[in-house]
Design a protein around this ligand. Structure first.
Ligand code: C2E
Ligand code: MG
Ligand code: MG
Ligand code: MG
Length: 250
């Protein structure tokens, strides 16, 4: 049975034992209809066979501070994947989710910067995905660090865009390269939501940001994403998150 109190301790053990791993979900370029990027998503292979999703264990990792080790592990996985894409001459970008707690820790950002500096310009991009649930107090720390990261060619994506009230305000403050429209918006047919969404997309477009649709499950969702003017789409219609070897076989 899943014991929430022990979740953090279990996570620490899992990390130490190599029971955490990354799956990669392809993103499709809506012009060329080709895979242009993959997003790394953390998975936990529990010994008891019970499935715990990142929606549960990431918040637990943030509460306990294990997110720092977990986040470093995921970044290393993505750097290795990025190296393989570069080595095989494939123009596929790699995205990784980064918790705002990680961005306030200088050792993490320093490491990211050092790794990015080693990569040659013109290589596929690395992108970090951040969510808008970022404490305003942290913004003065995070924004200049993100600018350093950007200066080395790393992209910054605002994930789950459109789900929070702070969206537009935060979008203005952060040095972004991309917004990812939350799947609830892509999957919702409500006209009222649609108006606000179009406004958000327009502002993002004005800033020259890339727009990615998340949670594209049906042809209808895809048509909506195209109609909104999205550059890229991600979702079960194209591919579920897959293993490293499946990505390489593509
Ligand atoms: P996210 O970054 O917004 O990732 C997208 C989520 O949508 C993933 O859930 C993905 O598996 C799921 N998804 C993809 N396509 C579809 C679709 O067509 N339909 C539906 N219904 N879902 C789709 P997942 O893997 O469970 O991850 C949940 C969240 O956990 C992520 O949301 C992200 O916020 C967080 N997360 C995952 N891995 C990491 C990580 O390494 N670090 C951090 N900080 N957060 C992570
Ligand atoms: Mg994401
Ligand atoms: Mg998202
Ligand atoms: Mg999410």
């Amino acid at each position: 049975m899943l014991d929430l109190d022990n979740l953090s301790a279990d996570l620490a053990t899992a990390l130490a034992h190599g029971d955490l791993y990354a799956l990669y979900q392809p993103q499709i370029d809506l012009r060329g209809e080709q895979i242009c990027a993959v997003e790394a998503l953390c998975r936990w292979r529990r010994a008891d066979g019970e499935a715990v999703g990142p929606d549960v264990f990431i918040p637990a990792a943030e509460r306990s501070g294990i997110i720092h080790d977990l986040g470093r592990f995921m970044l290393d996985e993505c750097l290795a994947m990025h190296d393989r894409f570069v080595a095989t001459g494939r123009a596929i970008d790699v995205s990784v989710n980064v918790s705002s707690m990680q961005l306030t820790r200088s050792s993490f950002v320093d490491y990211l910067i050092a790794q990015a500096a080693k990569r040659s310009p013109g290589a596929p991009t690395m992108t970090i995905e951040i969510t808008e649930s970022m404490p305003v107090s942290d913004m003065s720390v995070i924004v200049p660090r993100l600018e350093e990261v950007r200066a080395l060619g790393v992209g910054v994506s605002l994930d789950d865009f459109g789900t929070g009230h702070a969206s537009l305000a935060q979008m203005q403050l952060l040095p972004l390269t991309e917004v990812k429209l939350d799947r609830s918006l892509i999957q919702s047919a409500s006209r009222k939501a649609g108006r606000a969404l179009r406004e958000g997309v327009e502002r993002a477009r004005d800033r020259g940001l890339r727009i990615v649709a998340e949670g594209v499950e049906t042809e209808e969702h895809l048509a909506y994403a195209r109609d909104l003017g999205c550059d890229r789409a991600q979702g079960y219609l194209f591919a579920a998150p897959m293993s490293t070897s499946d990505v390489e076989a593509l």
